[in-house]
Unconditional design. Sequence first.
Length: 411
Amino acid sequence: MGERIVITGLGALTPLGNTWRETWSSLVAGRSGIDRITQFDASGFATQIAAEVKGFDPHETLSVKQVNRMSRTSQLAVVAAREAVADAGLPADLTGIETGVIVNSAVSGFAEVQDATEVFHSDGARHMSPRFVPSALTNMPACEIAIDMGIHGPVNASALACASGAYALLEARRLLLADEADVVIAGGTDAAITPVMFQGLNAMHALSTRNDAPTEASRPFDADRDGFVFGEGAVVFVMETLEHARARGAHIYAEVLGGALTSDAFNVVAPEPSATYATQAITRALGRARLAASDVDLVCAHGTSTKANDRTETAAIHQAFGAATRGLQVTAPKSMTGHLIGAAGALASMLCALSISEGVIPPTINYTTPDPECDLDYVPNTAREAVVRHAVTNAFGFGGQNAVVAFGHAG
């Protein structure tokens, strides 16, 4: 059994591109993937913008049978998983390899529930699709990946709201350390750009209403931020022990050093204002990764672009890193991608791995007016070449769920 866990494959469909390379290129270039909503008529809504995956046609890669039975959430996950497996140099059929799947989602099936409810009320119960229930289940993206690739090892899915994608890497790491699999496909996926979701979030006053300037709407840590931008996407990794990766000559992006989970136990939507438990998640993650605060060069922030979350996260970073905060670089990819919900932490994890392997940190765009309560180095507006020895990603979810993952070079 190996004790070092590495990332050897990447796959992504995001508002910035339909491959991980397209997504990474756009992140480094500081492009925004936010625009007017096309998936429904939002003209009467307070928020009319979102971060949609563009130009994705599931029929190009999936069979008709798969397309018909899968939710969009599962479709994105399966296509991203295929890319990650190919990127890792593994066969498309994994039947002969001890493989597991941990692909998480926060609101998987939300769109399917809305559609089925509309059919039930408009056309009657006899018109309900027999595919509705299985397509809407939270575990189905992970199970569809297993079915697609012939995976017979442990398959699991967890829902930790916006911390779901980050937690997938920690659970995958546990499976590998427990010798329950040689390879684990891990990540996050979500696709719920629907009228009910947007009306619900607008009722909470959570979303940006900067409809006339979509690319400027998501502005983490900026004083003029007015809410987050809802998005969709899937980001998936291939993870394995360092020994297993080296034995097959795999390319290694980064090592997953460890992480931590804590709970605010405070409020279903608001962060605990002292940032005590978000801080605790960071410090425990550093301890489990055997890192000092000064060892970390980059934090990929949760950075939602909401007043309370950005302020609280800044406080947590100060409290966790102390004097080392002065040399710390912080970036917020949601400024470009919007909030990918269950996939958000996975996207941030990909950014950490690639910043380590590529030596460049994508920027936080739309940072124009500093907020006195958000006073870190947010790598504003332009990517930065940098040696990144170790990186940490924060993922904070509704209900007070805090997940932090630490990454490093595998050399």
